[in-house]
Write a protein that binds this ligand. Structure first.
Ligand SMILES: [Zn+2]
Length: 430
C-alpha cells in the first residue's frame, strides 16, 4: 500500500491543474492495439531503457537478454502482450484491462462494476472497496479519470512474486534474483522492494545491511515515465495518461516516510545496535521493532485513507483537500529531472520520518503504535482509529498529527504535478 488507495488523493491533486482541466478527452484503446502499432518503436525504446537502467541505477539486476522485447509482426496479440510484460518484468498475468475507478466524491457511475479479478490479481481483502467500472474500446473518457485510476494500478498485482524464490513460475525467469527482504512466501510482501527505497540512510547502514540498497521503485518510475512519453509522442494519449499514472504511483509511494526510510524515528546507531544484539541471539528488540514499524506504517495509511473517505462522504473541503489542491509550493522545488524522485521526493520524506513518528506517538493510542504485542495488520479493517484519536488525544496532539499528515499530502500533490509536467513538457502536443 503506502497511501491506501492512491486514486483518492490523485483526483484531488490533479483536478485543478490547468494541464488537466484543459486536457482533451481521449479515446480508450486496448493495450494490444498500442503494442501492435508501435512494436518497432518499442523494440528500440526498451533497449534504450535497459541501457539507462544499467548505467544509472545504484542497484539493478540486468534484464536477461532472452527477455528483450523484439518486434514480431507474426505474433498474435496474446504473444505480443506476454513478450511486452516479460520485457518490462511485471507479472505476466497482469490483465491491464480497460477500466476506471471513479472519484469517490462523485455519484456512482451507472452499470455493473467489473469482477475484482478482471483488474486485480491480488485476493480481495475484506473491507477494501475497490470499484472497477468497464471501459470499451473507442469510448471517450476524460484524462483525469485515466490518470487517477492508473496511480493505483501498481498495487493491483503488477509487482507480485517477481523474485527467483517467489511462489511463481515467472519469478525464476525474470533475473531479479532472490527477494532482498520480507517474507517470500507472502505474496504481498514480495512487492515491497519495488515500492520502497532507502536512499538516504547512513553509510553505516549500507555497510551493515547491503540488502537495504536492493530496491527498484526508481526503475519502475522511469520505465513507466518513458513509456508514457512514447505513447503521447506516437499518438496514443490513453496509454500516455495511463502509463503516466503508473509512473506516479512509485513517486507517490516515496513521499511516504515509511516507504522512503528504513525505520523512521530510529538512528543508524540504534538500528545497528538492535541488529547486533539480534545476531548475538537477543532478538527481542529487533522483533519488537519490526512489529512497531509495520503497525505505525499501517496506522498512518489507515488514518489518512479514513480521513479522506470521511471528508468525501460529507462533501467536505477540509485542510487535507486544500493541501492536495494547492499548487503554491510546486515551483519551489528543483526542476524535474531523472534524479528528482531520489534527490527531492524521497530525500524530503526521509527527513519527515522522525517528526511523523513523534506526532503519531503523541496522538494515536499506544496499543496501535507502541505495543509490540499488537498486530495491526489482520485487524486493520475493524479498527476505528480516527474515532479513537478524536476521543482520546488532546486537541493539541491531534492537531499535530493532522498538520503532519496534511503536510505529507501537500508533498504528494506537489511532486505528482511536477512529475506530470516533466512528462507533458517532453511531448510535442503539450
Ligand atoms: Zn505501492
Amino acid at each position: 500500500m503506502a497511501w491506501g488507495d492512491h486514486r483518492f488523493p490523485s483526483y484531488l491533486a490533479f483536478e485543478r491543474m490547468p494541464e488537466i482541466v484543459q486536457a482533451a478527452a481521449v479515446k480508450v484503446e486496448p493495450l494490444s492495439t498500442f503494442l501492435r502499432a508501435e512494436e518497432t518503436a518499442l523494440q528500440k525504446h526498451m533497449a534504450d531503457e535497459e541501457a539507462w537502467s544499467v548505467a544509472n541505477l545504484d542497484w539493478y539486476p540486468p534484464l536477461p537478454p532472452a527477455l528483450a522485447f523484439r518486434a514480431n509482426p507474426s505474433h498474435g496479440d496474446a504473444a505480443r502482450k506476454l513478450a511486452f510484460l516479460m520485457a518490462l518484468r511485471i507479472a505476466p498475468n497482469a490483465p491491464l484491462s480497460l477500466y476506471f475507478q471513479p472519484d469517490i466524491r462523485k455519484p456512482r457511475p451507472p452499470g455493473q462494476p467489473l469482477p475484482h479479478g478482471s483488474v486485480n490479481t491480488l485476493p480481495l481483502s475484506a473491507g477494501v472497496a475497490f470499484s472497477y467500472f468497464p471501459l470499451n474500446p473507442g469510448q471517450m473518457i476524460d484524462a483525469l479519470s485515466v490518470l487517477a485510476t492508473a496511480t493505483e494500478e501498481p498495487d493491483t498485482g503488477l509487482d507480485i512474486n517477481l523474485w527467483s524464490d517467489s511462489r511463481s513460475e515467472w519469478g525464476k525467469a525474470l533475473g531479479f534474483g532472490p527477494q532482498p527482504f520480507g517474507n517470500p512466501s507472502l505474496a504481498f510482501s514480495s512487492q515491497a522492494p519495488f515500492h520502497m527505497g532507502f536512499y538516504h540512510e547512513s553509510p553505516l547502514i549500507y555497510m551493515a545491511a547491503d540488502f537495504t540498497r536492493h530496491t527498484l521503485p526508481l526503475h519502475r518510475q522511469h520505465q513507466f515515465t518513458k513509456l508514457s512519453m512514447l505513447a503521447f509522442r506516437t499518438g496514443h494519449p490513453y496509454w500516455g495518461w495511463r502509463f503516466a499514472g503508473m509512473a506516479l504511483h512509485y513517486l507517490q509511494d516515496l513521499t511516504q516516510p515509511f516507504h522512503a526510510s528504513l525505520s523512521p524515528g530510529n538512528s543508524a546507531i540504534e538500528l545497528i545496535g538492535i541488529n547486533t544484539l539480534a545476531m548475538l541471539g537477543l532478538s527481542k528488540w529487533k522483533d519488537d521493532m519490526v512489529i512497531l514499524l509495520s503497525n505505525r506504517h499501517l496506522a498512518l495509511e489507515h488514518y489518512q485513507t479514513a480521513w479522506l473517505r470521511r471528508n468525501a462522504s460529507l462533501q467536505l473541503d477540509g485542510e487535507l483537500e486544500v493541501a492536495l489542491h494547492s499548487m503554491a509550493r510546486d515551483s519551489s522545488y528543483p526542476a524535474w529531472s531523472d534524479a528528482y524522485v531520489r534527490d527531492v521526493v524521497s530525500a524530503q520524506a526521509a527527513t519527515r520520518g522522525a517528526a511523523l513518528v513523534r506526532a503519531m506517538l503523541d496522538s494515536v493510542p499506544a496499543t496501535y503504535v507502541n505495543d509490540p504485542q499488537f498486530d495491526f495488520g489482520p485487524k486493520a479493517d475493524a479498527i476505528a482509529l480516527n474515532d479513537e484519536v478524536e476521543k482520546t488525544a488532546s486537541a493539541a496532539s491531534r492537531q499535530g498529527l493532522e498538520a503532519t499528515v496534511t503536510e505529507l499530502l501537500g508533498d504528494f500533490g506537489a511532486h505528482s504535478r511536477n512529475a506530470l509536467r516533466g512528462i507533458l513538457r517532453s511531448t510535442p502536443q503539450h
